[in-house]
Design a protein around this ligand. Sequence first.
Ligand code: HEC
Length: 207
Amino acid sequence: MRNVIPVAILVGTLAGGVAWSQTSPKPVAKRAAEKSGSEVGAAKFASNGALIRPVGHRKWVFVGSPVTPHDMNGGKAAFPEFHNVYIDIASYDEYAKTGKYREGTVLVKELVAVGGKSASSGKGYFQGEFIGLEAVVKSSKHFPEEPGHWAFFSFTAEKGQPEIQTAKAFPTASCNSCHAGAQEDYVFSEYYPVLRAAKESAEPSAK
Ligand code: HEC
């Protein structure tokens, strides 16, 4: 019974919303974590259903970088400023094959401030600090009621605050309603040249 106390601590920690990866490496503790949380594709959920902050997304497929700078949005962009968007690798592979977002697709939007407006290459917008992280997850199992089975999350912390480790899905009206205006399946693929190119090369019957 040597493991009873560590497991109890682990479960308590999960309920408090801390990522699994920070917990004990003991096999028995790992099994307990897997039992209380769940996952689909690249998305991992805590036992309370909150999405665990994606890790390693900077090694995923980078699909595009829309930019909505403050100075073109009256000093207050809704989503400042660069939006570096990534898709998990297995979902990219599936999209390139079928032209569809698979169950378990995760797209991450990492917000980056404009750091400067001039370089030796010329005038422009150059990326500065990381300032936020948002994600969308498609899962019919976890989000049967959401349009397209997509749920929306934000891990963006107030300035100076520590990183947010878990996030609950937003209500449908906050995010999905605007994403319904995207050309396909609630994702603004039309702004991501890498996904446009992948879709072009998808099997013709799948488009
Ligand atoms: C008023 C419209 C609007 C609302 C509301 C909105 N978004 Fe978006 N979102 C966009 C547009 C347009 C893009 C693509 C262009 C860009 O990034 O500027 C986008 C892109 C994204 C992406 C990248 C993947 C994708 O689907 O294209 C994520 C992640 C995202 N939004 C999360 C959210 C979250 C979380 C919320 C709710 C808090 C939200 N969005 C609310 C318009 C919106």
